[in-house]
Write a protein that binds this ligand. Structure first.
Ligand code: PEP
Length: 252
């Protein structure tokens, strides 16, 4: 898998203009970690201002609509995200899949629209606790990938996949390193099955309760190319401790 470790903060529905101070602090510190690719996905209201406040880090959306424009009240298109200064967008986060009822087909259309607009894509997949307990985790995630990976000629260079077990998001619980390794291998195999050899280059992130004290262990697992971080990305201090852990590993 090519590329620098990618550490992305998902601020979810958190942050008003005061949060730009965190973005500035993250951006300033990112200069000290050239071996790590750092990004944040603030709420859409802050994308433009975050881009303006930060020079080095990536700035992204948390979702996009599949259409370019039209009568979709409250939605934001990938073209609009790009216009606001976004470099990438998250699609298919479990909170979108669950709370907003997004299907794999919806997620696929969003990912394709984002790529067409020139954005990078972080496509989220992950099983529920019941699915894991039933021994279905790899099958569920494999089916999500089959249904939601963008259809392109070869593997999109700007695609990353984030494995986020739903039961680990915001709970303080994380899978064992063995389970993370097994799932990431299974995702890799599926990406190669979908895209051919280019599937070996798609970055696979882990997400779900990544914190300063578990980041190094999780980031050391084979096929883990970075982390999608929710709660611990809301202050520069906690987020940068994860970026620092990635930098130490990248320096080895
Ligand atoms: C997320 O929701 O993408 C996430 C990883 O959240 P947390 O780190 O808070 O578990």
């Amino acid at each position: 898998m090519a590329g620098l470790p990618y550490i992305v903060g998902n601020w979810k529905m958190n942050g008003t203009r005061a949060m730009l101070n965190e973005a500035r602090a993250i951006d300033r510190a990112a200069a000290r970690f050239p071996k790590v690719q750092v990004a944040v996905a603030p709420p859409a209201t802050l994308i433009y201002r975050t881009r303006d406040a930060a020079d080095i880090i990536g700035v992204g959306g948390q979702d996009c609509h599949a259409q370019e424009s039209g009568a979709f009240t409250g939605d934001i298109s990938a073209v609009m995200l790009k216009d606001a200064g976004a470099d990438f967008t998250i699609v298919g986060h479990s909170e979108r899949r669950t709370i907003h009822g997004e299907t794999d087909a919806d997620v696929k259309a969003k990912a394709e629209a984002a790529l067409a607009a020139g954005l990078g894509v972080i496509l989220c997949v992950g099983e529920t606790e019941a699915q894991r307990d039933a021994g279905q985790a790899e099958a569920v995630v494999g089916a999500q990938l089959e249904g939601s990976c963008p259809q392109t000629d070869g593997a999109p260079e700007k695609l990353s996949v984030a494995y986020e077990p739903v039961w680990a998001i915001g709970t303080g619980r994380v899978p064992s390193v063995e389970d993370v390794a097994a799932m990431h291998k299974s995702i890799r195999d599926k990406l190669v099955a979908i895209y051919g050899e280019g599937g070996a280059e798609v970055r696979i992130l882990y997400g779900g309760s990544v914190k300063a004290d578990n980041a190094a262990e999780l980031l050391s697992v084979a096929e883990v190319g970075g982390a999608l971080v929710g709660g611990a990305s809301l202050t520069a201090e906690s987020f940068l401790s994860i970026v620092g852990a990635a930098a130490s590993l990248a320096a080895d």
